[in-house]
Design a protein around this ligand. Sequence first.
Ligand SMILES: *Cc1c(COP(=O)(O)O)cnc(C)c1O
Length: 498
Amino acid sequence: MNYKSTRNSGISVTASSAILEGISADGGLYVPESTPWLSYNDIKALTDSDYVSRAADILGRFLNDFTNSEVMDCVSRAYTREKFETDSIAPIYMLENGVYLLELWHGPTSAFKDIALQLLPYLMKVSVSKAKTEKTVVILVATSGDTGKAALEGFKDVDGTKIMVFYPENGVSPMQKRQMITQEGGNVAICAIKGNFDDAQSVVKEIFADADIRDKLSENNMMFSSANSINWGRLVPQIVYYVSSYCDLIKNNKITCGEQVNFVVPTGNFGNILAAYYAKKMGIPVNKLICASNANNVLADFIQTGVYDRNRPFYTTISPSMDILISSNLERLLFDLSGCDDAKIREWMSQLAETGRYEVDDTVKNSLHEHFWSGFCSDDDTKAVIKEIYAKYAYVCDPHTAVALHVYEQYKKKTSDTTKTLIASTASPFKFAPNVLEAINGESGRLGEREMLEKVAELAMCHIPKQIAGLFSKPERFRDETCKKTEMKEEIIRSLGL
Ligand SMILES: *Cc1c(COP(=O)(O)O)cnc(C)c1O
């Protein structure tokens, strides 16, 4: 099973080429030509194994030109106790019977992106060796906060790679910024841009397609790749935890094998929820995929109406990793729901580029409604949920998870559905301490950064994660690096010494 581009179904490349290239030269995203199927017995068998074996099994089904031992080697190096706080990698916390939080933030940067970005460098290394290239892989990243740090941590000092991260100057939380500007490693560069995440992502995508800079790289024995979720290598590790969480619910007698569940996902670039869609396509019995947006509710509207319209104000919210108006991975879903109609995708994506708007046809609208439900949550409601969840369950959740919890409440009210539900919890509350504390007891104003973390630890009755506590003693290496979005290309050329 090879991979084709969403903008050209005629293209067929191996998994390793898809991972190495990151994005197809036609601007499309790589998708698998077919989806592996998990039978009832396969799911039963996975239920009896641990996270590493589950990951090896599922990845092996997608990564067609990787050997089993290559896959096993990658996953067993990525998913270790040294890097993750728990052996289960993605533990489940039961809020109440039938409602479960899938905690995806126990990795080295305390955000769900670690699960993919701890693995991606290993997948990339195998992909480089298969391509028999001597080129240095230059990873370009646009981040709304969490991807940047997780990618830097994954790729730091990985031989044969360099990584450059662009983040919106005023669009990340203080902790996210601290995590990035204190980054260690000899192959890393970080730059704040005057603009938002969409600006950063659009320019990065343009640069990938820029023949001039690609030639320059090639002359210097380098090539670009991506660690954003446009890269298939980012998505496939995310499918694993949806399958794995379903198995864990069976193992703990919360569901029977074959029983349906809902997944609720706080959504920005549509990568995480798309992975849940693939888990469903693989045979995990999913009733609804519930897409939760913050005030930047372009996706919530799209799922309801079939009209994607980014011509609306961009809000900076307290769930910054979801402050996105152009969700790249939606393209993969539309390709799938339209029956792999690459001509339609080209048409809709060029309308999006030209007018900021497109409307899908009725077939796609109907399948959207069959699989998805959507809603959005304001900052005030986000804070109210954080407070309420703490009061009710003594559980401290981060603002992104709170958005998902709120939209799930809306869903239950509207539908009265009682299907057991897993809610993706995407970040540790320690990354967003000021807003979390303000929500719970109106306290943030008076406290210093350290004190706030201690307060969150007290409320959550746990330790400050060591990777967060340790940041305060690290020098700020990248304090002053900023550029305009029109200068990003120059910045890359300068930084790489081209
Ligand atoms: C990236 C991120 C999201 C959004 O995930 P997408 O895959 O971009 O939809 C949600 N929450 C947190 C904490 C994130 O870091």
